[in-house]
Design a binder for this molecule. Structure first.
Ligand SMILES: *Cc1c(COP(=O)(O)O)cnc(C)c1O
Length: 364
């Protein structure tokens, strides 16, 4: 009865659709139901709603299988980030990208201000510089590509150097998704996700996750989640798993749209620089007209929505430096585009129309 014709390791698209489901038995639902429960009958594995929930577990199973480890869901991406940064001892050194997600850098700055850790910010695309910074580190934080400069890190080489120094290696995989890279296979100890973005994919939930292939570490992280109560909402976990069923389709379409827009944006006179790592659906453009042009662009479109966040089916964009907390390594003229799954011709018509308005006729 066993189907020997199936490969031992299913391909990611198949995992996205099939993982985290109830067994194929008569009367079982195809999807895990929403289990709304604050407590469970005593003497089982869960006991209380803070320690586990079958709906979270379905999401965790699917994400764990995609990343190649044990996954834990958290109330948000930043709750997951905080749990990881809390792993290091008092006064320990954390190495991190100078243009990482501003919430991550905000947590680091807060910890440093209170004397809890020391931090060293590096250009994560400069592998030699990161390797040199690893010497004294207890934790090396990698985000690749970075938000919003889209710098790409060499995870393997950095992980080797960090491990030689005895440091944890953490990769925020929110932008790439496990369809593009699986950092645990490249030597990372922990993968971080803001499932709010691509995993959920519909701009309707906040959720975070950690994944590790070290069972001891998984136990420690679960213990912290139990202690802090940074647990996900049941509805959010359910929606995120539903979103993940089409992750591969959404990423494939959004990536194709992004690649097409990149080639057209590179030709547009209002655009000075296009940042695109060659994969994924986030594109950052720096406008020739500076911050003013960037602000104007976000007000001149009908389809593109001016909003923070990213990774939904709908195309959105934002001038990141409108946030006072955004790193100074990010250009004032930068607009980050989160390309959605609409028809690319409509997306381009809307964007090109707004960009044309910014181009002064006759200017060189
Ligand atoms: C949004 C984001 C986070 C934070 O996640 P939340 O779910 O918003 O708390 C962390 N890292 C990256 C790269 C992000 O884009």
């Amino acid at each position: 009865m066993a189907d020997d014709s199936l490969p031992a390791a299913l391909r990611p698209s198949t995992v996205a659709v099939t993982a985290g489901r109830p067994p194929h038995e008569p009367d079982q639902p195809l999807n895990h139901p929403l289990t709304m429960a604050s407590t469970f009958v005593a003497l089982g594995d869960r006991e209380y709603g803070r320690y586990g929930n079958p709906t979270w577990q379905a999401f965790e199973e699917a994400l764990g299988e995609l990343e190649g480890g044990t996954a834990l869901a958290f109330s948000s991406g930043l709750a997951a980030v905080a749990t990881v940064l809390d792993l290091v001892g008092h006064g320990a050194l954390v190495v991190a990208p100078d243009s990482a997600y501003n919430g991550t850098l905000g947590q680091l700055a807060d910890l440093e201000m209170r004397g809890r850790v020391r931090s060293l910010l590096v250009d994560v695309a400069d592998t030699d510089a990161v390797v040199a910074a690893c010497d004294d580190a207890a934790l090396v934080w990698i985000e690749t590509p970075t938000n919003p400069n889209l710098d790409v890190a060499d995870v393997r080489r950095i992980a080797e150097a960090a491990h030689a120094a005895g440091a944890y290696v953490v990769v925020d995989n929110t932008f790439a998704t496990p369809l593009v890279q699986t950092p645990l296979a490249d030597g990372a100890d922990i993968v971080v996700h803001s499932a709010t973005k691509y995993l959920g994919g519909h701009s309707d939930l906040l959720l975070g996750a950690l994944v590790t292939n070290d069972e001891t570490l998984a136990g420690v992280l679960k213990g912290r989640r139990d202690l802090f109560g940074s647990v996900p909402g049941t509805m959010e976990a359910w929606l995120a798993l539903r979103g993940m069923r089409t992750l591969h389709l959404r990423v494939e379409r959004a990536t194709a749209n992004a690649a097409e827009l990149v080639s057209r944006l590179r030709e547009h006179p209002a655009v000075e620089l296009v940042r695109y790592p060659g994969f994924g659906a986030i594109v950052s453009v720096e406008l020739a007209g500076g911050a003013l042009a960037a602000d104007l662009l976000t007000r001149k479109t009908r389809l593109w929505v001016h909003t923070t966040s990213l990774g939904g089916v709908e195309s959105t964009f934002e001038r990141r430096r409108r946030w006072k907390t955004e790193s100074a390594t990010v250009s004032d003229a930068l607009v980050r585009l989160s390309v959605g799954v609409e028809d690319v011709e409509d997306l381009w018509a809307d964007l090109a129309g707004a960009l044309d308005d910014l181009t002064v006729p006759g200017a060189s």
